[in-house]
Design a protein around this ligand. Sequence first.
Ligand SMILES: Cc1ncc(COP(=O)(O)O)c(C=O)c1O
Length: 391
Amino acid sequence: MIYLNNAATSFPKPKRVKNAVAQHLNSPPFHAGRTGYDLQQKDIILSCRKVLASLLHIKNPERIVFTSGATESLCLAIFGLELRDKAHVITTAIEHNSVLRPLKTLEKEGAITLTVIPCNSAGKVEASSVIKQIGDETRVVVVNHCSNVSGAVTDLAEIGKVTSAKDVVFLVDAAQSAGNIPLNVEEMHIDLLAFTGHKALHGIQGIGGLFIRESVNIKPLKVGGTGVKSDYLLQPEAMPLYYEAGTQNMPGIVSLYEGVSLVLEKGIKVLQEVKAERVQRMIDHLSKHDDIILYYPEDQDGGTCLFSFNIKNMDPADLGYILENVFDIIIRSGLHCAPLVHQALNSYPLGSIRVSPSHFTTDEEITFFLNAIDKICEGTSTTDFITDNME
Ligand SMILES: Cc1ncc(COP(=O)(O)O)c(C=O)c1O
């Protein structure tokens, strides 16, 4: 099997991640404040916050709260801001549904008015277009750092300069960028940064986090047991407990610690370069086909970690089916939970094929994938191809 779907969930997981999770599961469980293993647990939780703080350039690791992934982090941020009375919010056309749906829900309830900034035909949102819309009444700007459809990267620092000067909350969806692209919450003036653990941070599914700047008030999504201050009948307000009610996802935190440590040790710029080279090789080859339409940002600084494409007159769902069932290649087809960007790419409503290698992807695997696409392009029709190869 050739796995080119790392933008959904990365695979394979690094050995050190698998070993650490196995070792954790083979040890007695420890619960915060409740057993003699307390110190070990606190150690790994704090160590995980520290490596994340180092990767994302966050001064105080305790400003990072653990969640189940970017979706929960974004909901915590968007609903936790307690926006009301048609507060003005700006977002973009390259957002994932985990941003669009909470915002559209608030818009429907009359809590916010929403401005959606369009993107260009490569899925890129210009920082200047976002900045132009920031007015006196704007409360929040929500931006996807890296499109999960085209790989286009948004210039956060440019936007952050303006939001911080105008006292507007700057929320960034770093689901695709954390572990793929350097991030610096201080230089980029980010107030809230949502990330997930199971993509380029190499952790397992079900772990992620949210960075919350001291100056931003967020209401917790959940309250409950914290293992400490049990005599206190309200949620303890100290960070990060305030947002972390309930038993922590320890296997997830252990995996995230190892995954982030690997990214730090290898160097994010080195990993970015490796992935960008792999993607560029595929783009260079596919662009020679007249019947292939590519969706990616040309001349992007640092290249791109993923891209999308379509074969003319072919449903991406059929192409995905053939790749998986005939060639044993795993990619993702469809809208990728980001419907608005496909309108700009002209790939709505069927979507596209998204290809996302990791630094584990080999040259041989890429050659095999490119040969498979060559063969599919030579085929006369989808049906002929499926019949020829499947029967
Ligand atoms: C841009 C973007 N935002 C948010 C998410 C949601 O992440 P998770 O499923 O880990 O909550 C994804 C996942 O595909 C994504 O690509």
